[in-house]
Design a protein around this ligand. Sequence first.
Ligand code: H79
Length: 437
Amino acid sequence: MKSFVSLLIFLSFFCQSKAQSTLIDPAIQTPKAVLDDFMDQRFGMFIHWGPVTLRGTEIGWSRGTNVPTEEYDNLYKEFNPVLFNADQWAQTAKNAGMKYLTITAKHHDGFCLWPTAFSDYNIMNSQYKVDIVGELARACKKYDIKFCVYFTVLDWHDQNYPVHISGDKNPDPNADMNKFVTTMKNELQEIVTRYHPFMLWFDGNWESPWKNEYAADVYTFLKKLDPNVIINNRLGANNQHPKLGPNTIGDYATPEQEIGELNMKDPWETCMTICNQWSWKPNDQMKTLHQCIQTLAKVAGGNGNLLFNVGPMPDGRMENRQITRLKEMGDWLKLYGESIYGTKGGPFKPNEVYAATRKGNKLYIHVFERKSASITLPVLPNTKIKKAFWLNGGKINYNRNAAGNITLQLPDQLPDSNDSVIVLELDINAENIPVVS
Ligand code: H79
């Protein structure tokens, strides 16, 4: 009898710990086909925007640092971006070859860019009074861009959230997380039912008040509203953004300001800024076209997506130089898009000289630098090369040694100074080749 009771205790402990760690019913998790489709898109636009652009400081951490809290929290009264034009933003994304767009509906400062019924701190109480999120959802539909929403978990402005200032180690005893989570769910319900986002990009999951039990509740709630909505891995309470773990709540990993590692199993998306700051900063240093294109190719080469961030100005316009840079990326994609969209990364790990992508029987080698007269690839087992040529160009000379290494001969000048793509047509489906290191 005693051992039977012990067994029951053991089993109940086991079940409980399983429920706490697994957290999400597999039956409601985002279907694989939906995630595969998301990963086929490869390139999206991130937009960080809000009243803080009036000061040109960072949206995530200038409240209470560069800008005094009281001043920061009143900036919305001056926010009047009369030159905002959702069609122009969507068109900028389209011309860049971006397939989806993610807007910061609510960042850590708590300001809501849509007319929510659950917080007065929203765009309708600014001078502008335009539903920014709604306008963008509409424009994205018009330009066939998948519309996505960034929504941070932490909210330093909400009195029910116990942390009111970044880094505050003394949670407010008068705050009420249950009320906060209810508000959060109400706000998310507005977003999902009004704007039908393809994906929700959570953030700010690292402060102590946030717990996995809340995250599981929110995930389940969202899936009842839309079983196909994609949810990133920052909904669960942890800080392991670059990778998925056994207790992750969320569908895909989100390395930030770094290119994710090659991963053929878990979906991932690097988020990175076109300049240094997420939200607009005057004369912020912008990445070169070379850096932008190589970032995209290395991300695709690692089997990930790139969510590339632009910070529009306080008057509602994006900077012309950023629009131009994005258009240049789009022009490159018009020529080389088949080596990015709908491909898988690998089988080689991206490096400073090249990255590989693959689709069907084609293996694409993205050549970034001409460090020497040739590139020797790792051995590809059991394959024959049927054809080798430059994408949009002529034949490429190559040879294969007895061990099976392929050496590609490079011309004195690469055909494209940013990323020249070699196509190797194989006698097998390149997508089935295991990762070669
Ligand atoms: O929305 C963007 C950022 O605002 C948000 N995530 C992306 C997508 C983000 N919020 N916080 N963080 C990322 C991490 C913040 C790290 C910090 Fe720091 C440590 C802020 C202040 C100290 C790193 C070091 C940045 C400034 C100094």
